[in-house]
Design a protein. Structure first.
Length: 531
């Protein structure tokens, strides 16, 4: 098919209003006049019917089980569909919904999008392997209650934010303690999606736009991808959803001051959050946040429009996007960023909001008076970049760290023979702690210290994490191992006995993970199969 007809088919695919359901196959909201959302069994039955109708384009599977023992459904779409990444050379796209099970429109939009793509023989099915995880938090989803989030206007209620362990799954992508997060990371590591989307609902600042979204902005991801999304993908997607769906879109964020805003600010970029984590692993990673105060059908339509726009953009720009990911994965060593600060993009953003003020008790009050607010868009960052090469090494007794790194997909090796090497060792001079526990962990807050270089003999059996091109996720490895990283694993209170050499004095010592400046001459064996 020539380029003109491919281009034409892409833009004939979207509908101009709300998507029309195929005959006799409707989601729970469509069947209930948008008074209810789907339970897990409803989603499974919906995709079972799709698989029966399109056996060569749909596979229904699972990525694992939850804490309470429920299956986490996985739907694979393609023309033809494949069950494993080694069966196809097509790029993968991964859409995830319901990570917070009180935020339900993504779950519904994924069902509708899959149904409509199959009915229309969407060209994306031939271009990509499309992976859907429509109910990532089944335990939270099954706790649907009319008392939950009544402002979201779902009469029969929605689920809860947390999983069966009372954990926010979207804060677990560093420590990977939940079975759900580990399952999603395994899926990502197998398929290495070109595009990742996480669907949410936002109940922050008040405005008229039903669609807000942002992308993975972590400094240890690809700066080139970050800039490409801002300059090229962002305006394209926003124009598309307005032209084809009449949906207004703005960046996800909040006013810095309710009464007198000057900035549109984002949450701090953290690897514990999925959009930043998967972005740091080399994906075009997006966070979809639909406006909670819009009605339920509008929120579903906004989510549907955003997902569809990304598919259209990726079809047209697949080669550019693939090249940017390839450059990120092929570059030498690691670019590790220090002293990261939020920075405004050159172009301001206009938010169609309402007049707000603070009452005498300091509470934010929202009026019905419309006010357009043109603000600094604080979605960029600045900082100091350090080029890292070589490897990290740590003692054989820290097997738990080795296993945690392997859960992330980071390659860990065992040193077969002792070696005299030049090491960089970080010495802590000060550590302070957060005032309350985070998901059962006493979190480190402020960390200060200094580096020293020394010759050391590393014993056989120690673990080695190289930072060369054989380490696909080396940017992630540096972010979770560097002592000055805000995303380091040790900040969760792990291996504290290695950091505090005396149980009688609250004085920290050396960080037990050393940097090697080079790995020449080291005899290594992969430890991936060690038990």
């Amino acid at each position: 098919m020539n380029r003109f007809f491919i281009f034409l088919s892409i833009f004939l695919m979207p509908v101009l209003g709300f998507p029309s359901p195929a005959k006799a196959l409707r989601t729970v909201p469509e069947r209930t006049d948008y008074t209810s959302t789907s339970r897990l069994k409803d989603v499974v039955l919906f995709f079972s019917e799709l698989q029966a109708r399109y056996p060569k384009q749909v596979i229904q599977s699972s990525i694992g089980t939850t804490f309470e023992g429920r299956e986490i459904p996985l739907i694979i779409l393609g023309d033809p569909v494949v069950s494993a990444p080694n069966q196809s050379k097509k790029p993968a796209i991964l859409f995830v919904a319901n990570i917070h099970a009180g935020e339900v429109e993504g779950k519904e939009a994924l069902q509708m999008l899959a149904r409509d793509m199959l009915a229309k023989h969407d060209p994306a099915l031939k271009q990509f392997n499309i992976l859907l995880v429509p109910v990532f938090n089944p335990d939270g989803n099954e706790k649907i209650d009319p008392a939950h989030r009544v402002y979201q206007q779902v009469k029969n209620g929605v689920g809860v934010r947390t999983n069966g362990l009372n954990m926010d799954l979207n804060r677990d992508f560093v420590k990977l303690e939940s079975p759900e997060a580990r399952a999603l990371v395994r899926l990502f590591n197998q398929w290495l999606p070109l595009v990742y989307v996480d669907c949410h609902t936002t109940d922050g600042s008040h405005h008229t736009e039903p669609l807000t979204w942002i992308w993975g902005r972590h400094a240890n991801g690809s700066v080139a991808i970050h800039q490409y999304i801002y300059k090229t993908l962002r305006p394209w997607v926003n124009r598309f959803v307005m032209e084809h769906y009449k949906i207004a879109a703005i960046p996800y964020g909040n006013f810095d001051d309710a009464a007198h805003p000057k900035k549109w600010v984002q949450f701090p970029s953290m690897l514990m959050v999925g959009v930043d984590y998967f972005g740091a692993k080399g994906s075009f990673s997006f966070l979809d946040e639909n406006y909670a105060y819009a009605d339920f059908p509008t929120r579903i339509r906004a989510c549907y429009a955003f997902l569809d726009s990304l598919l259209r953009f990726t079809i047209l720009h697949k080669n550019e996007m693939t090249a940017l990911v390839g450059e990120f994965k092929a570059r030498h060593g690691v670019e590790f960023w220090h002293n990261i600060k939020a920075k405004a993009f050159p172009e301001k953003v206009t938010i169609h909001g309402f007049r707000e003020y603070r009452d005498k008790k300091g509470r934010r009050m929202v009026t019905k008076e419309r006010v357009d607010k043109t603000l600094d868009f604080m979605g960029d960052f600045s900082g100091d970049m350090e080029k890292l090469t070589g490897a990290y090494v740590f003692p054989v007794g820290m097997k738990g760290l080795k296993e945690k790194l392997q859960q992330h997909g980071i390659q860990v090796y065992t040193l077969l023979a002792s070696a005299a090497v030049n090491c960089r060792i970080y010495h802590f001079s000060k550590i302070t702690y957060k005032t309350w526990p985070f998901q059962g962990h006493v979190m480190m807050d402020v960390v200060e210290g200094s580096w020293r270089s020394t010759e050391k003999t590393i014993p056989a059996g120690w673990y080695v994490v190289p930072l060369n091109r054989s380490q696909l996720f080396r940017q992630l490895a540096s972010a979770v191992l560097e002592p000055e990283s805000m995303d380091a694993l040790y900040r969760y209170g792990l291996w504290s006995t290695m950091i505090y050499p005396s149980e009688w004095r609250n004085v920290p010592g050396d960080y037990p993970v050393y940097r090697l400046l080079q790995t020449d001459g080291l005899k290594l064996r992969s430890s991936n199969n060690e038990q």
